[in-house]
Design a protein around this ligand. Structure first.
Ligand code: BGC
Length: 706
């Protein structure tokens, strides 16, 4: 590599630092062919498909002086062609292995289509569901988020990203992006060092430990310094403290945006600030290519900084074997995309993502002999929405919606299906409402499909009010007034503030945006062929804007009946549906919680055991969750922190003892300077099936041995 570096002109070096958006109908932008031939295009995003990739690659490899291959990237977030549930949905499965498998399929398809890099996983902690991008991550919790970060990185990269079915991953958005003020996308973020260290950094750290090749710097301002020009997070923490040896790509035009932030007076200064802070590759804006020559000549930017950035990028191109195998194989692409077994996995993932939020009076599952079912709600028939945001190269035609799956079942002898859209998420006329009621009236049972369209969550899709958009609530009320057995199915990309739905509807199944197989998965749950076993990875609030995440601080005046306690006058405390909540068609009982020791030292581990029993009428899966509370510490700690979870599948009447081993990492926290501290004192441990309640025991942390 050093030999290659030594032969490169400065312009060629800057070319390696440039990533451009090559998206264009039917291929790539013609300008990029010329840039590739001049060695001025290190990477592209959105150019995909073996034939198209090869054509542009040929210009770089065979047409440029040094023949350095282009690194092709794309947002493969929850599938390339085979679209899996959105990441928040997959996190509802509390099954990181499953996420590893779906990421591996996504990588295999993407790699076959000529891509070698994805901008995923998105590992931002998101505690405000108004923020539309909560759909792209694993929700509100650092422990669950870290497990998913690790799994997804392994899934994309495997042990060796140069394997033909692997691609590079990218931990994004470094950092704090999910804490956008008021949940408004791209807004500034104020986070203490303690919050960064203990809440927002851990999933990134987990991705790094799993070997993630790249990081993406974010759009947001962090405590007054935009993250794409932030030397403290990019250099002091990421490079120096954590020893990250891969490279950092900016977010889309986020280098040039340092000007709009009011952080850099000009594009040239933006380039200098971003590069010297630690952003090696610039996505889409061209401040590096346009200014760094002058900045080097004037001495404002040392050449060594550019060389180091180029080195970090070239190192991955070499490791990937791109110099030896720059081209994609069209035959392989044809054989790989949309393989039937990938769809089978998509079904499994969609099933596991389902969260049964409420089920009163045994409305669900519907009886096997149900004669007719009315489906109300246009989302039931919305293929595009079922794919959610970032649907890769997915095809809406490949989606099996809820309505399509029900009709397929009808053909096989299932209940007679009638359908009325009841308007859509933007509104409902009185005539549409009346038609929905007429349709429901004639059926024996009703499924009301409510939620958001895919475009109502995701990037630049924050909402101030996260109730049901349009007149969906009116439709629901009118249907419920008929008194038929009614189940609500929610299709949405974020937790919603839906207190009326939670009160009025007897049964609510959260199905998120489940991907290509979302329809059959929901149908299987509605008729009891599968048991919904998901748990919420982020809380549903009672009211828009209410902090409902479980891991908050106690405050000096925890919410209570007294007036002078921490609460709202007009919104209940706590969550409508808390983190970790999810029911099943069966019932589980936890009992007999034991600890291997009531006290331990920081270098020791404690094992806890609990008995899980299926006391309900059928087989099912419970997710047993372990939470810890540090009762008093030199820095206040959250009222609960998740420290372990396990999926346990049991036949009816079956029981099993489940154990968890917790070490110092479960009882300590990061100091502002990054040191991990375990303090002596009292801890509570809760073992339950959500972040509320559960069995409780106490533990004493003793001082370290002298
Ligand atoms: C998003 C990133 C994404 C990039 C490239 C940006 O707008 O914030 O998450 O990877 O675009 O598509």
């Amino acid at each position: 590599m050093e030999t290659l570096l030594a032969t490169m002109t400065l312009v060629e070096k800057l070319g390696q630092l440039q990533q451009l958006d090559g998206f264009s109908e039917g291929g790539f932008r013609k300008e990029h062919l010329e840039l590739a031939r001049q060695g001025r295009l290190g990477s592209t995003l959105n150019v995909r498909g073996a034939r198209v990739v090869n054509e542009l690659q040929r210009a770089a490899v065979e047409g440029s002086r040094l023949g350095i291959p282009i690194l092709f990237a794309f947002d493969v977030i929850h599938g390339y062609r085979t679209i899996f549930p959105v990441p928040l949905a997959e996190a509802s499965a509390w099954d990181p292995d499953l996420a590893e498998r779906t990421a591996a399929v996504a990588a295999a398809e993407a790699a076959a289509a000529g891509l070698k890099w994805t901008f995923a996983p998105m590992v931002d902690i998101a505690r405000d569901p108004r923020w539309g991008r909560i759909v792209e991550g694993a929700g509100e919790d650092p422990f669950l988020g870290s497990a998913y970060a690790r799994a997804r990185v392994y899934g994309f990269q495997g042990k060796d990203p140069s394997e033909p079915d692997k691609i590079l991953a990218c931990a994004k958005h470094w950092v704090g992006y999910g804490a956008a003020e008021g949940g408004r996308d791209y807004a500034g973020v104020e986070l203490s060092a303690s919050s960064l260290r203990n809440i927002y950094y851990p999933p990134f750290r987990a991705a790094l430990e799993a070997g993630v090749a790249t990081f993406m710097s974010a759009f947001n301002d962090l405590n007054g310094v935009p993250t794409s020009g932030n030397a403290s997070t990019l250099t002091s923490v990421l490079r120096r403290e954590w020893g990250f040896s891969g490279f950092v790509v900016s977010d889309y035009t986020s280098v040039l945006e340092l000007v709009a932030h009011g952080f850099a007076p000009s594009g040239a200064e933006a380039a200098r600030l971003a590069l010297t802070a630690g952003v090696e590759m610039e996505m889409v804006s061209r401040t590096y290519a346009e200014n760094l020559e002058n900045l080097v000549t004037s001495g404002a930017v040392p050449l060594s900084v550019i060389d180091e950035a180029v080195r970090r990028i070239l190192r991955w191109k070499f490791r990937l074997g791109l110099f030896d195998h720059p081209y994609a194989d069209e035959q392989r692409e044809a054989e790989t995309l949309a393989r039937p077994e990938f769809r089978v996995l998509a079904r499994e993932a969609a099933v596991r993502s389902l969260v049964l939020l409420k089920n009163e009076g045994g409305v669900l599952p519907f009886p096997k002999n149900l004669r007719s079912l009315a489906v109300i709600g246009s989302l039931a028939d919305d293929r595009l929405s079922a794919m959610g945001s970032w649907s890769g190269d997915g095809r809406a035609d490949d989606v099996l919606t809820l309505l399509a799956a029900l009709r397929a079942r009808e053909k096989l002898g299932g209940p007679h299906i009638t359908y009325a859209g009841g308007g859509d998420v933007s509104g409902t006329t009185d005539a549409q409402l009346a038609e929905a009621v007429r349709t429901a009236k004639r059926a024996d049972a009703v499924t009301v499909v409510l939620g958001e369209s895919a475009a109502q969550s995701g990037e630049a899709a924050s909402r101030a009010f996260i109730g049901l958009p349009g007149r969906q609530l009116d439709v629901l009320r009118a249907i419920l007034a008929l008194g038929k057995p009614t189940a609500v199915v929610l299709l949405n990309g974020r937790p919603l503030a839906i207190p009326e739905v939670a009160t009025l509807a007897p049964a609510i199944l959260e199905a998120w945006f489940g991907g290509l197989e979302s329809g059959p998965a929901i149908v299987a749950a509605l008729f009891g062929e599968v048991d919904p076993s998901g748990k919420l990875p982020a809380a549903f609030p009672h009211c828009s804007g209410q902090p409902a995440y479980y891991g908050r601080k106690s405050t000096g005046r925890p919410a209570g009946t007294d007036k002078y306690t921490s609460k709202y006058l007009d919104c209940p405390d706590g969550a409508l549906f808390p983190f970790g909540h999810g029911l099943s068609y069966t019932t589980f009982a936890l009992a007999d919680l034991t600890l291997s020791s009531q006290s331990l030292r920081p270098d020791e581990k404690v094992t806890l055991e609990v008995e899980v029993r299926n006391v309900g009428p059928r087989a099912g899966t419970e997710v047993v969750q372990v939470y810890v509370r540090d009762l008093a510490a030199s820095r206040t700690r959250p009222v609960r922190e998740l420290k372990g979870f396990q999926r346990v599948s049991l036949e009816t009447g079956e029981h099993r003892r489940v154990n968890f081993t917790l070490g110092a990492e479960a009882f300590g926290f990061y100091q502002d300077d990054g040191r991990f501290l375990v303090e002596p004192g009292q801890f509570l441990i809760y073992v339950g099936n959500s972040s509320i309640g559960g069995l409780e025991t106490a533990l004493t942390m003793l001082p370290a041995r002298p």
